[in-house]
Design a protein around this ligand. Structure first.
Ligand SMILES: [Zn+2]
Length: 156
């Protein structure tokens, strides 16, 4: 058990949590920090480009193939915004962190960080499980082959 199990207990039956409102809120804040810093805007008011990008993201979130228990977008492997918008989105998400997201919205930034860690952790665990299952299968097959060989020998 890694130390992260204390924070992310995946063996516990998971309740269905609607992640969408939380993520939208987080997204709005992140875009605000980014746009304020890079496009000379103020407060909640974003420039036209960021407004357009954010509204696309919001629409896509509502239609997320993962549904309401979705992982966070910047850790998602589907990235459904379209290739140009994906690029712009990732630019916003990574630049906002360096633009002071942690100072302006420490709680939001921290929670987002923890979700990101959770996604990475979950994915790694999935890979581990997959590997272990494959290993077990291989071992099983070997043992079966051995038993068969033994049985053949016994027959003779
Ligand atoms: Zn902007």
């Amino acid at each position: 058990m890694g130390f992260l199990d204390r924070f992310i207990n995946r063996n516990k039956p998971q309740e269905v949590v609607n992640n969408i409102p939380k993520e939208k809120e987080q997204m709005r804040k992140t875009f605000g920090v980014y746009c304020n810093k890079h496009h000379n805007t103020n407060g909640e008011k974003l420039c036209a480009k960021c407004t357009a990008l954010l509204s696309t993201v919001m629409i896509k979130i509502n239609r997320c193939p993962y549904g309401i228990t979705k992982p966070i977008c910047d850790k998602c492997e589907i990235m459904c915004f379209g290739s140009q918008k994906n690029k712009e989105f990732m630019e916003v998400m990574s630049s906002a962190t360096s633009a002071g997201m942690f100072f302006k919205h420490p709680v939001t930034a921290f929670k987002h960080k923890m979700s990101a860690v959770g996604v990475d952790y979950g994915r790694q665990k999935m890979e581990d499980d997959k590997r272990k299952r494959a290993e077990a299968k291989e071992k099983n097959a070997k043992e079966k082959a051995k038993a068969k060989e033994q049985a053949e020998k016994d027959k003779k």
